[in-house]
Write a protein that binds this ligand. Structure first.
Ligand code: NAP
Length: 247
């Protein structure tokens, strides 16, 4: 129970990777704020966590909106008493080839994936700095490093999340805050359920471990990065991709 007594905020935790992260950090002993657009599904995550004996709170917030995120952080501190860990996980795709990409789809993806990570970090950092300890993990993507056809907006947002991670890691290391990124490959969630038939087969051929990742594969990497075992790791990008991208 290496996270006993800690409070973690996980965005986009009503389903998929965020939900697995919330559950795994709770297993490690943390109390969890489950943040999502959809509060009824967030409550399902909360129910699972409270059954395991931890405290948990569902908070409705759109990470693209500063006022929502600031209000969420104030509520978590008021109700759970502190924040030690932030996982900026909420993310979306709006795919299309660049020449056909609408500006609104560009803006939406950048607003949620990149500005959402900026908002979460900016709202939680003062709490962590005051305690002189804390851990932030941003969920990036292999696509932010390799690029991908039809995902210029998404790749740009995730590459920028990696840059943001490294800059903030440098800025607040002296205050006892670590900031790292996890870059998943292709993970079996609602986001990848559209991949079928030949596209799925072609993708699997690029993955040495021969399968899509599970949300739990990503959650275990996050658990490590926020644990005392990773105290000397900051500004790192941990790839969880079945060997799809190496080096
Ligand atoms: P998912 O199943 O679609 O879950 C994303 C969650 O985030 C949903 O509950 C969604 O709520 C919520 N969300 C979306 N926009 C939000 C906003 N503006 N504010 C608050 N919550 C919001 O996706 P996932 O596959 O678990 O992905 C989680 C993260 O991993 C994302 O950052 C994604 O880019 C990254 N990732 C995923 C993969 C993959 O293969 N799945 C690979 C690499 C990286 P609604 O459903 O109500 O919109």
């Amino acid at each position: 129970m290496e996270l006993e007594g800690k409070v973690a905020v996980v965005t986009g935790a009503a389903q998929g990777i965020g939900r697995a992260i919330a559950e795994v950090l709770a297993e490690a002993g943390a109390d969890i704020a489950v943040v999502d657009l959809d509060v009824s599904r967030a409550l399902e995550t909360v129910t699972t966590i409270t059954k395991s004996g931890r405290r948990s709170l569902a908070v409705k917030a759109n990470v693209a909106e500063w006022a929502d995120v600031k209000g969420m952080v104030d509520q978590v501190v008021a109700e759970l008493g502190r924040i030690d860990i932030l996982v900026n996980n909420a993310g979306i795709t709006r795919d299309g080839l660049l020449l056909r990409m609408k500006e609104e789809d560009w803006n939406l993806v950048l607003d949620v994936n990149l500005k959402g990570t900026f908002h979460g970090t900016k709202a939680v950092l003062p709490v962590l700095i005051k305690q002189r300890c804390g851990a932030i993990v941003n969920i990036a993507s292999v696509v932010g490093v390799m690029g991908n056809v039809g995902q210029a907006n998404y790749a740009a947002s995730k590459a920028a999340v990696i840059g943001l991670t490294k800059a903030v890691a440098r800025e607040y290391a002296s205050r006892g805050v670590t900031v790292n990124a996890v870059a998943p490959g292709f993970i079996d969630t609602a986001m990848t359920h559209g991949l079928a038939g030949e596209a799925r087969e072609a993708l699997l051929k690029q993955i040495p471990l021969g399968r899509l990742g599970t949300p739990d594969d990503v959650a275990q990497a996050v658990r490590f990065l926020v644990s005392p075992a990773a105290a000397y790791i900051t500004g790192h990008v941990l790839h969880v991709n079945g060997g799809m991208l190496m080096g």
